[in-house]
Design a protein around this ligand. Sequence first.
Ligand code: OGA
Ligand code: NI
Length: 351
Amino acid sequence: MQTSTTSKLLVSDIASSVDRVPSSYIRQISDRPNISDVDIFGDSIPLIDLQELYGPSRANIIHQFAHACSSYSFFQIKNHGVPEKTIERMMTVAREFFHQPESERVKHYSADTKKTTRLSTSFNVGSEKVSNWRDFLRLHCLPIEDFINEWPSHPVSFREITAEYATSVRALVLILLEAISESLGLEKDRVSNTLGKHGQHMALNYYPPCPQPDLTFGLPGHKDPNLITVLLQDEVSGLQVFKDGKWIAVHPIPNTFIVNMGDQMQVISNDKYKSVLHRAVVNSDKERISIPTFYCPSFDAVVGPQQELINEEEDSPAIYRSFTYAEYYEKFWDRALATESCIDTFKISKT
Ligand code: OGA
Ligand code: NI
């Protein structure tokens, strides 16, 4: 018997009952994850070991940050200080969340991008034309006590484990922000000081197995709107990063995080560290879970290029006007992913 897919809110509840991708997920031929565009075994993104960051070789590691941020905008980190157990518990509870019955999951469903806790599907069901093979739970998590009571209460350990994970990843982010700030030649607390009260959001991305993975994306090419993203992924590949005209596949390494620059870093650094296109592809036999932490300014923070990185005489004028993160964030969600870059609308026009 063919079950109806049209009444389903989430792709998880469609995936298991179809042997073809429904037409709303099928992309035009020119816009598919063409395997010949992808470098699967070649270049990879840098791996930075944070073990010695507070030792005598700090300068060397800061140099590695400068290289990774300016050449790739993406890197992996090991010896990052987030306990293995915390990571494992987070991944397990995320999987348990998405394996709950549909009736339990849909309680959290909302298409309203302004909601601080919500389960949704694809990217932005309100603005996009083609759907993506992804469900996601989005959470705000700073300060935790303002949001924890909105988070799912099932699985029963969800709130406790997620709070522990968010706290631990935040401590790591603060270390990364100092290193990135120094690598730009700025005081180590400068980047952190531009973020107002700071913001931290998380997504739990769930990509079910897909019967025709070459017709659709988990997430199409996009740039993250926030400052930096710290991504945890399970052992299934899917992430690809755009570099020198090619997509590079980033294969998971256990107990590492992937860090990437977002639009706010590009603005603050006045284009020294660019926000970079990346995407997620799906596959036909394994579900995939990824858990990005999006670190960002608080909504009231005013963001703009840092004075030291602007030099009118040497031909590096300010490229962006200042704005509040609230203004940026609203624009980001208002436009469909991957069409037009949000950051361009904040550029100072040359006269
Ligand atoms: C994102 C993202 C990549 C992945 O959620 O913004 O880029 O591998 N995710 O899931
Ligand atoms: Ni992203």
